[in-house]
Design a binder for this molecule. Structure first.
Ligand SMILES: [Zn+2]
Length: 415
């Protein structure tokens, strides 16, 4: 019965809440700014120093620490079953300029805490704990693992002032050997990421854990409304073909269309430019943007179809025409249905409440979905504030999230 007793003991394991809280506070010192947040942009001095510090924590947890050519900081430990695929945990510690202390950091410290908690336990699968570089500036580390980084990206200048290529050299990577980090589909048992919600759903509804259904897909269009430019004083109101008025109706229509349809889809008109743009000229042309996000790409297509039909109707009553040019597509990345169930069961076994929800923001898990099944665990963001110094998550929620991460990992290791 030796095997059973080992199993029972791992199921009773919990993270050290005190140590996790202490490490969250220590990490917050790297790049701390006057506003109470952090300026720890990828490849800057604070990022480099923080990565060195995290590397030390991984080492102390008994992990074999390496940095791959894409700058991924990886701590590994072997499993007991020969040839078993690795279970991978991770997130990022770089921030946007003027960022907060929780985005990325919760998942990074949560993963390192799981490693420390398991230091004396054995797992069937090898474990990898990863800090992905430059998440905020293009998810360079995780996308390189999926073979998605284009060579020309390496010349892009990041918020640190360094190009991505030079930045990777600064953190121990080698941009000339980026292809060497590629991991094919089916090369991992699973990837798990703990992250703050960055929205207000969990906080508002008083729920503990978000079980992420997937990272939403995004489509964006340039929308051109054509009317007729004319004199603002001499053209009677009933003879105008005012592109601005049609565009205003369009903006309102997008909002109501998306609200009227069931589901969690969102749509935004974030840009509106009227031409010629003078106070005494009826605008003959308006250029707008349209963005739609949903977990299903087909659903985005359906919503767009409805928006387009209603735009045509606006055009016909206002003497204008609408044209749509799609210029951006980001594929949705659904999480693994079985892992969702395991996260839910793990959370409930800890007495935590759960809610299934999409992630409206992009994450490293999106790239990791190309390698194998992924799962994401959300914890509440106070008032949904993120990418700002006011970003906050209760230390108790951080610890709850880390415990769910730990139990989910152990459950997947047993299966
Ligand atoms: Zn993040």
């Amino acid at each position: 019965m030796h095997g059973l007793s080992v199993r029972d003991r791992t199921q009773e394991l919990r993270v050290d809440r005190e140590r996790l809280g202490q490490r969250m506070r220590e990490l917050a010192r790297f790049g701390a700014n006057q506003a109470g947040g952090i300026d720890r942009v990828a490849f800057g001095d604070a990022d480099v120093a923080a990565r060195g510090w995290v590397s030390g924590l991984m080492d102390a947890a008994g992990l074999d620490v390496t940095i791959d050519a894409a700058g991924n900081l990886i701590g590994r430990r072997p499993g007991t079953v020969q040839g078993a695929l690795p279970l991978v945990l991770g997130s990022h510690i770089d921030s946007v300029p003027g960022g907060g202390n929780f985005d990325g950091q919760v998942g990074s410290m949560g993963a390192v805490e799981v490693a420390a908690t398991l230091a004396d336990a054995r797992t069937r699968h090898p474990l990898e704990f990863v800090i992905f570089p430059n998440e905020e500036g293009g998810k360079t580390g995780s996308r390189a693992l999926a073979g998605k980084v284009e060579p020309r990206e390496l010349d892009l200048v990041t918020a640190s002032g360094y190009t991505i290529g030079d930045g990777l050299r600064r953190i121990g990577g080698d941009p000339d050997r980026l292809g060497s980090v590629l991991r094919p589909p089916g090369s991992i048992r699973a990837f798990l990421e703990l992250h703050v919600e960055q929205g207000a759903v969990l906080d508002t509804d008083g729920q503990d854990i978000g079980v992420v259904e997937g990272i939403v897909g995004i489509m964006r269009w340039n929308v051109v409304v054509e009317g007729m430019t004319n004199h603002a004083g001499t053209t009677p109101m009933d003879r105008r073909r005012d592109a601005m008025v049609a565009a205003a109706r369009f903006v309102d229509m997008v909002y109501t269309t998306v609200l009227d349809m069931p589901g969690t889809q969102v749509a935004t008109v974030g840009r509106l430019v009227a031409e010629p743009g003078a106070p005494n000229v009826i605008p003959g042309r308006v250029t707008a943007s349209l963005e739609i996000r949903d977990l299903s790409m087909d659903r985005i297509g359906e919503i767009f179809g409805e928006v387009r039909a209603r735009a045509d109707a606006i055009g016909s009553v206002s003497g204008t025409s609408f044209s749509f040019d799609r210029f951006y597509v980001s594929e949705a990345a659904p999480t693994d249905p079985h892992i969702r169930d395991v996260i839910e069961t793990s959370a409930r076994s800890l007495g935590l409440t759960t809610r299934r929800m999409p992630s409206g923001a992009g994450h490293d898990a999106q790239s990791m979905a190309h390698l194998g099944p992924v799962g994401m665990i959300f914890i509440p963001s106070l008032q949904g504030i993120s990418h700002a110094p006011e970003e906050h998550t209760d230390p108790g929620d951080v610890a709850n999230g880390a415990d769910v991460l730990l139990l989910t990992l152990l459950a997947l290791d047993r299966s």
